[in-house]
Design a protein around this ligand. Structure first.
Ligand SMILES: NC(=O)c1ccc[n+]([C@@H]2O[C@H](COP(=O)([O-])OP(=O)(O)OC[C@H]3O[C@@H](n4cnc5c(N)ncnc54)[C@H](OP(=O)(O)O)[C@@H]3O)[C@@H](O)[C@H]2O)c1
Length: 328
């Protein structure tokens, strides 16, 4: 077991998640990349330790995180049991089901059959009795929403999850899901959409729906998988996500036009005495509807850099205008 930093709760800001009783750290840590079987276990462990010491109470997983799928949950479970189990009640651990996990008709999407089996497997891999949040990872165009939401309600009633969440649901489906969940007596705690300076689809309708339904919002890929950092300013470094065969960021996404946007944003960040990553996080947190920003990291150094975003969250009108001009 490790002894966590005494001052960890003085270092972080906590925001209420929608109309719920739950507060989440302004910055949460995601285990999609860099915590799998292909990664260096002790580096993953150090990032979890550092995050918890900095007041990051929320760790986000999914059944398929790795690679190989499931290995991020196994590694997180090992780290938890070895180092941090004494702090389980101070942590919000989430997992999800929705993407492909196993063969046959019950290994993905949104059936009750898949969601319930998948959560059991996730709990086994992590060595936990319950997760704090269980998500439907994506809407299923073929399964009735009542069935998918019914499965979330069931796992909460079983005590295998404390709260229910949805991810990647468009605004209309999110509203419908929220109404169903409320009618079942298990309100939707949170929505997890992709949201960054480079991907603003949530601003059209979704954020308003979440606010009016009292649902929190946790923004994933806030750094656009590393594009909104200094990572690719001088080419594609070895070991970066874009250089990895299993990375979801592809080299061809780093176009000349993209680089000119990133460089222009980086200049504004410099004028604010911030890194681009810090400015990208602060820019999301300026909206009171965003409960938490869910970052990824491949080193403790990156995590430390991202945490410093909290030192400078406010923007002047001129800065916001200049950013809008660049983002077009
Ligand atoms: N619900 C969903 O469908 C869904 C989908 C995607 C993600 N997520 C969640 O969101 C989490 C975050 O997603 P993400 O990893 O794409 O987030 P991200 O924060 O946009 O990207 C993280 C990557 O950016 C680079 N990076 C981070 N901080 C940096 C810094 N200070 N300086 C330079 N580079 C930095 C690192 O890339 P390198 O690895 O190259 O160093 C890191 O792996 C995931 O772990 C997962 O929990 C959910």
């Amino acid at each position: 077991m490790i002894v966590a930093a005494q001052d960890r709760y003085q270092r972080m800001m906590y925001n209420r998640c929608g109309h719920s009783g739950l507060k989440l750290p302004a910055i949460s840590l995601g285990l999609w990349h860099n915590f799998g079987g292909v990664d260096v276990f002790e580096t993953s462990a150090k990032m979890i330790h550092r995050a918890f010491d900095a007041g990051i109470t929320h760790f986000d997983l999914a059944n398929n995180y790795g690679p190989p799928p499931g290995s991020a949950e196994e590694n997180f479970g090992r780290i938890l049991r070895r180092d941090l189990m004494a702090y389980r009640d101070e942590m919000i651990i989430s997992t999800k089901a929705g993407y492909y996990m196993w063969e046959g008709p019950y290994g993905e999407w949104g059936s009750r059959k898949y969601l319930l089996s998948s959560l059991d497997r996730s709990l086994q891999r992590m060595g936990l009795d319950y997760v704090d949040i269980f998500y439907s990872h994506r809407p299923d165009p073929e399964t009735p929403l009542e069935e998918t939401m019914g499965a979330l309600d069931t796992v909460v009633r079983q005590g295998k999850a404390l709260y229910a969440g949805i991810s990647n649901y468009p605004a209309d489906k999110a509203l419908e899901a929220s109404q169903i969940l409320r009618s079942l007596g298990t309100p939707c705690l949170i929505h997890q959409p992709r949201y960054s300076m480079l991907d603003r689809w949530v601003e059209k309708d979704l954020l308003n729906v979440l606010e009016s339904e009292g649902i929190g919002c946790i923004a994933f890929s806030p750094l656009a998988q590393g594009l909104l950092t200094d990572r690719y300013l001088q080419g594609v470094p070895d070991g970066s996500r874009a250089a990895k065969p299993h990375g979801f960021l592809k080299k061809d996404q780093i176009t000349t036009e993209m680089l000119s946007v990133i460089k222009a944003l980086d200049q504004i960040a410099s004028s604010r005495s911030q890194s681009l990553a810090q400015m990208a996080i602060a820019w999301l947190l300026k909206d009171h509807r965003v409960t938490s920003v869910l970052v990824g990291a491949s080193s403790v150094g990156q995590l430390n850099n991202n945490l410093k975003a909290l030192d400078h969250l406010d923007f002047t009108g001129d800065e916001l205008e200049a950013i809008e001009k660049i983002l077009g």
